[in-house]
Design a protein around this ligand. Sequence first.
Ligand code: FAD
Length: 339
Amino acid sequence: MREIGSRLLIKQGDTAQELAKIIDGESTIPVFANAGYSRHSKFVESQVARHTQLRLFSGQVTIDPSGVSKENGEPFKVYSAFRRKWEQVYQKKIFRTDYQSLGIKPEIMSSCDLHSGKNSLARSSTRANAVRTLRKFTGLKGGINRYSELSDRVDQNTTSGMSEFISLGLIGPNELFEVADYLRYSSDDNRYLGSVNSWRNQLIWREFFKHSLDHFPDSENQSLNPNLESIDWINQKVDIDAWNDGETGYPIVDAAMRQLSEDGWIHNRLRMIVASFLVKDLLVDWRIGANWFHDKLVDYDSALNSGNWQWVAGTGFDASPFFRVFNPVLQGRKFDPKG
Ligand SMILES: Cc1cc2nc3c(=O)[nH]c(=O)nc-3n(C[C@H](O)[C@H](O)[C@H](O)COP(=O)(O)OP(=O)(O)OC[C@H]3O[C@@H](n4cnc5c(N)ncnc54)[C@H](O)[C@@H]3O)c2cc1C
């Protein structure tokens, strides 16, 4: 950054206060940022806007939440309908970041090195690693080739590993959709196309949950289905402790919870299994589980976390039915057959 006449400051503390110190009364200084969608992000943005000329962009998503709505202007509550509309809007979008006109050399970004620091085993979160991981996933022998058949298998390395990089902003959703599109047009093998599309659909789930949180900011802490807001959870401390520590006695639940504490990342199927176990077997409020994930995940994202917890708990709009309970033994046999 010094080479291009700039510099990087890393500050810790209250965002608005730290920025105010840097700006030092110069309220005409423009501040550029990507909008966040949680209540907290919106609060921080409103604080920052009081002291600066805040200019927000929607780089956390491919299409801004205001750009995907029903004919009557209401937000979508069901994923499949959202996805159809999202695709229509997406087809009209023009991509390709013109790095040259911005005066930015992409490789400069590679030198940025941020460690999330939550876990001893947290992978090194750099732009270079994000690109390397994506290249490996999309390469000839990469997970994308078997994604539609094997992405639910927790013992196979078939998912992209992108979540940590996305949530830290080291790689953006636009870039990932561009890559997915490129892969779609580079092959006419149906099996391969099916895999690329399945992976791309997961990225659209991400957009769906981001948009949902923007439209329903209370959903981070409140059940979207009001009928299920007042469930009489048991919330036994001994059960919660066993779940946290990976000592429930159910091998796949315990392995997943221990991996979560060690690595700060677990496979999506494992997240579903442990969430279902907490909510539907131990009858513990989904918010307690969501908070534990908040403290542990290196890819933590409030929209994806609360959206998925509500999906598993059955309290969301487009959720797994509340009477569907994952059997942790059968799930283990199916998705981790060799234990
Ligand atoms: C209870 C629960 C909590 C979760 N909390 C988070 C969280 O805090 N942060 C987070 O990034 N993901 C969360 N997820 C979603 C998902 O588990 C992770 O995004 C995924 O495991 C990341 O691995 P990957 O990048 O290899 O995924 P891939 O399978 O390669 O998917 C590519 C990308 O698509 C998106 N994606 C994948 N699955 C989902 C999904 N179910 N919902 C929304 N977007 C998805 C992610 O951005 C992911 O990086 C949660 C899922 C559950 C069931």
